[in-house]
Design a protein around this ligand. Structure first.
Ligand code: BES
Ligand code: MN
Ligand code: ZN
Length: 500
């Protein structure tokens, strides 16, 4: 789907989309269409349940006087309540409705509205972003799909009086969408295609956008003492990697202290010797979504030339059972020097993050460190698919993260870290074990384990197990499948608080 910006005119083909405010008050462009069609638009809007509430839609067969196929009325609600999130939803909702209708082209007319908190330019940019995010589809392996089952919308024109300003406001958002799409693509790929070395190649491609890449193979990780990470990969025929991405966009140079993002990149999680039941195991292809988010975020930051230094570190590993696999009860020594008794080989994500977090803080001394991981099934039991679990040692970082999440519609809910839970990961024979007390507070004990690998640095852990993959269409801008959760959130955090 191609998105373009143009001046406002009355389209002569496809669908024309215009806004209607609360209580069926027509926007200026809806009024114009109403006049052209002898009152047909206001008559249709007065009928039935359509009241102009936020994101209500009503399709009208093009009335006489218009040569387009149809007019789509979209509710704007109360003008003073309009915000960016709503405009993104509007763009996504319209794309969904157009594809359902089988439309090939459409124009959305964006008027400047009196008393609206957003300018027409801002509205146009947010609508375009929402439209693009909704248009995502991973279809590279569908070779026999019938044309009538495919999305139909080819072109969307956003009409706005200040065309150039709208296109300019959209440009950085388009780069963020590129990052979301990279993340969704990586997560959607099956694990026979996206083994660790394959993701390393995708990461190397970010060099084109100006990202510096460094790759640690098993030999280098062994030399650094990363036996916690290496133990997880030792049952796999595929080599494990730690990939480091650096974007140096700070105006005062590469030695400016960076912010850091760390991702769990389990390209497949069988559970290892503590093997998972087979029902639903195919879902564990998305167990690299934390890494997928970090990679997509680095692409977004580089794409829009964010004015700060950022590092992304991802541990890429495959968790397999085999004759060389790690056994329950094995003890490994992490890069930090702390020893870990591996009670359950299915609690592998924390073992990878232990070394990735330690390496990141020791090497880069970042301003903050945020990790993302599909870490526990327990967080899905707690929060479902509407919010990710947030754990942090820093209240200010927490507040900023929650705020950024609300702004982009990627919500976070803080869960506790506390000494009371920390005790649960003590081991009888090593410094700690990789599980807590049975199933109690499973997401919390996982976070406590991670905290043992974090020093003084402000740190947050996002457990995205419930957010990375949607079994059905989720919101207007997140179709079913890989969500790309976290790219927009962290891009926003950086843009609001850490850019020069
Ligand atoms: N990757 C899983 C967590 C997960 C579950 C992600 C469902 C997405 C959907 C993780 O490695 C895991 O297996 N966690 C175990 C931990 C347990 C063994 C302490 C879990 O949640 O059951
Ligand atoms: Mn697991
Ligand atoms: Zn896992």
């Amino acid at each position: 789907m191609k998105i373009e910006f143009s001046k406002i005119s009355v389209p002569t083909q496809g669908t024309v989309v215009v806004g209607v405010l609360a209580e069926r008050a027509l926007s200026p462009s809806a009024k114009q269409l109403d006049d052209l069609s002898g009152g047909a638009v206001s008559r249709a809007a007065a009928m039935g349940r359509f009241k102009g509430k936020k994101n209500q839609v009503l399709a009208i067969v093009a009335p006489q006087g218009l040569s387009a196929n149809q007019v789509l009325l979209v509710g704007l609600g109360k003008v003073e309540e309009i915000d960016a999130l709503q405009m993104g939803t509007l763009g996504g909702t319209v794309v969904g409705a157009l594809n359902r209708a089988g439309e090939a082209s459409a124009a959305i007319i964006v008027d400047a509205l009196d008393a609206c908190p957003l300018s027409a330019v801002e509205m146009a940019a947010e609508i375009a972003l929402g439209a693009r995010l909704r248009g995502y589809r991973f279809d590279k392996y569908r070779t026999k799909e019938k044309a009538e089952d495919k999305p139909t919308l080819e072109g969307l024109t956003i009409m706005c009086a200040q065309t150039d300003a709208a296109a300019k406001a959209y440009a950085p958002r388009d780069k963020v969408a590129d990052g979301v799409f990279l993340s969704r693509d990586l997560v959607s790929e099956p694990s026979n295609v996206k083994y660790p070395a394959a993701i390393v190649e995708d990461i190397r491609a970010l060099a084109e956008s100006g990202v510096d890449i460094e790759i640690l193979d098993e030999g280098k990780m062994a030399a650094l003492g990363m036996h916690s990470l290496l133990g997880v990969g030792q049952g796999s025929a595929r080599e494990s990697y730690l990939a480091i991405m650096r974007w140096n966009g700070a105006p005062d140079g590469a030695d400016q202290q960076p912010v850091a993002f760390v991702g769990k990149g389990m390209t497949f999680d069988t559970g290892g010797i503590s093997i998972k039941p087979s029902a639903g195991m195919e879902e564990m292809k998305y167990d690299m979504a934390g890494a997928g988010t970090v990679i997509g975020l680095m692409k977004a930051l580089a794409g829009r030339k964010a004015r700060l230094n950022a590092v992304g570190v991802v541990g890429l590993v495959e968790n397999m059972p085999s004759g060389t696999a790690q056994r329950p009860g094995d003890v490994v020594t992490s890069m930090s020097g702390q020893t870990i008794e591996v009670i359950n080989t299915d609690a592998e994500g924390r073992l990878v993050l232990a070394d990735a977090l330690w390496y990141t803080q020791a090497t880069f001394k970042p301003k903050f460190m945020i990790d993302l991981a599909t870490l526990t099934g327990a967080v899905i039991i707690s929060l479902g698919t509407f919010q990710a679990g947030l754990f942090s040692n820093d209240d200010a970082l927490t507040e900023r993260l929650i705020g950024a999440g609300k702004a982009v519609g990627e919500r976070l809910w803080r869960l506790p870290l506390d000494e009371l839970y920390d005790k649960d990961v003590n081991s009888e024979i090593a410094d700690m074990k990789n599980v807590g007390k049975g199933r109690e507070a499973g997401s919390v004990t996982a976070a406590q384990f991670l905290q043992r690998f974090v020093d003084e640095v402000p740190w947050a852990h996002l457990d995205i197990a419930g957010m990375a993959w949607m079994k059905r269409n989720h919101t207007a801008v997140v179709p079913k499948g890989a969500s790309g959760f976290g790219v927009r959130l962290l891009d926003r955090l950086v843009a609001d608080h850490y850019e020069a």
